[in-house]
Structures are given as C-alpha cells and as structure tokens.
Design a protein around this ligand. Structure first.
Ligand code: SF4
Ligand code: SF4
Length: 267
C-alpha cells in the first residue's frame, strides 16, 4: 500500500470521512477523478505526474456535499482553491480533510487552513515557460493589438461552457449566462455573444482566479483563458496589493470597501 493509500485508509477506518475524492488510472491510459466511499476501494487511489485536474471543483456539488465528511487529494492549485473559497465563506475550517501532494509527489494530511497556508508558502511553483512567454508577448502588445488578439481568440469560442464547469470558483447555483428573463448574456456563439460571455466570465474571476489553468486545459479550441484572468489579477494586485488563494481571510478587493478608500479611481 502506498503512503497516500495509507493516509486515506486511516481516515476511513477511524470514521473521519465518508467520501474521498482523488485520482485513479482510467481505461484510456490516463487518470480520472475517483470517488471512493469505502476503504475497500483504496487500492484504486493513485497520484502521478498525470494527475492535474483541480478536484476542488467537486466541493460545491450537492451530490458530494450530501456525504458530509469529505477528503480531497490536492496539489498546490487545489489548496489555493480551498483558501479562496474559504475567504468567500463557502468552506469552513474542519469541513474537509486534504491530502496534500508536495512538489516531490509526497502526500501529507492537512487538517486546517493554517496548515494549508504554510504548505502553499513552502511549495510555490512557477507557471510553465511557454505560458510565461505568451503572457509577456500579450503584455508587450499595444492596447489595439491586445484587443485584436483577444477578439480573435474569443471568435473561436463555441460556448460549450467547459471552462465554467471545471473552474473551482465558478460555483454560482445559477450562472448569469443561464438567466433568460431578462437575458443578460446573449447565448449564441457570435462575435457579440462571445464577447459578452468572456467579459462577464473574466470580470467575475478578476482577483479571485487562483491560476490552476483548468479552464485553458478544458477549452476544446485552446483559448488561453487563464492568461486573461492572470492579467486582471495583476492589475488588482498593483492597485490593491493582494493575491487570491494565499490566505483564508483574504478580503476580496472588489467586494470590500474601507471608509477611507479614495474615490479618485471612479471617473
Ligand atoms: S485558472 Fe481558470 S479554472 Fe482555474 S481558477 Fe482561474 S479561471 Fe478558474
Ligand atoms: S471552454 Fe472554450 S469554447 Fe467552451 S465556452 Fe469556454 S472558452 Fe468557449
């Protein structure tokens, strides 16, 4: 039995959890999420370099919540998601256990937000070089070139909403895109419909996106969505000095105010 399986088995054996969400091998030679509700299936639990999916996307699902006591196998992006949704009052300390996988692939059990904050501080990684280069290229564009770049990218969107489904921070019970009385966002895949959707999506994630990159990986037409939210995060960090997913009591700048706030940015 691996160390990861040992930790998981102990959680089931001592009655701490009813459901564990982790990874297993799938029939296509890759890995998939696995939902384990008893220790007899623990041998299916694995972790390797192919385990990328941010499993915290399942935390908000009613089908998962009904199990009550939960555990998740999570690497750095998953843990940042935990702190971000904690700061949004969607999870409380003690609501779930986290089997954290460090940079070297070693598991450890984290039981509270303080331990998660320490883990994140000690396990920071840089985004892949290809992404950093693309981000630099976009940032070096003129405003007009940048507008054209994103308009061209958005024109490829087929409105499948896979990016929304995999995002751990897209958890509204009814997304603005699904409201049709009144209809705020045009549903068709057209220049205006796509622009509506992407502006709404980006603004809802500005300063909240923890940069897991799941939206980008899920997009069937390869739109580099996470770069848009990363750039918005950068602007928010410059103006308000905060980064999402680093602490459980993060005060999201776009939903908090101070009486002494300057108003000179409102023009
Ligand atoms: S990178 Fe994409 S999927 Fe991950 S939190 Fe940000 S917007 Fe959501
Ligand atoms: S996953 Fe890609 S194609 Fe699908 S809605 Fe999102 S951006 Fe559009």
């Amino acid at each position: 039995m691996t160390e990861l399986q040992n930790i998981a088995k102990k959680l089931f054996d001592d009655g701490s959890i009813n459901l564990l969400i982790g990874y297993s091998n799938n029939e296509n030679g890759g890995t998939s999420a696995i939902f384990i509700d008893n220790s007899a299936d623990i041998d299916k639990l694995i972790y390797n370099e192919n385990c990328h999916q941010n499993l915290m996307v399942y935390f908000q699902k009613p089908e998962v919540k009904k199990f009550g006591k939960l555990a998740f196998v999570v690497s750095l992006p998953g843990l940042k998601s935990v702190l971000e949704i904690a700061s949004e009052n969607q999870i409380k300390d003690g609501d779930a256990y986290f089997i954290a996988i460090d940079k070297d692939g070693n598991p450890s059990l984290l039981q509270d937000f303080h331990q998660i904050e320490d883990f994140i501080t000690n396990n920071q990684t840089k985004p892949p070089m290809g992404l950093l280069k693309l981000m630099e290229k976009i940032n070096n564009m003129t405003r007009e070139e940048r507008w054209q770049y994103w308009t061209d990218e958005f024109s490829k969107c087929i409105k499948c909403y896979a990016c929304r489904s995999v995002c751990p921070l897209c958890y509204c019970t009814q997304c603005i895109t699904d409201i049709n009385i009144p209809q705020w966002i045009s549903t068709e895949s057209s220049p205006i419909g796509n622009l509506d959707w992407h502006i709404a999506r980006a603004m809802h994630l500005a300063g909240r996106c923890i940069g897991c990159g799941e939206c980008m990986k899920a997009c069937p037409v390869d739109i580099p969505l996470a770069l848009l939210t990363a750039n918005l995060n950068k602007s928010i960090a410059i103006h308000f000095g905060d980064e999402p997913g680093m602490k459980a009591d993060y005060k999201y700048p776009l939903s908090h105010y101070k009486l002494e706030d300057k108003e000179n940015f409102i023009r």
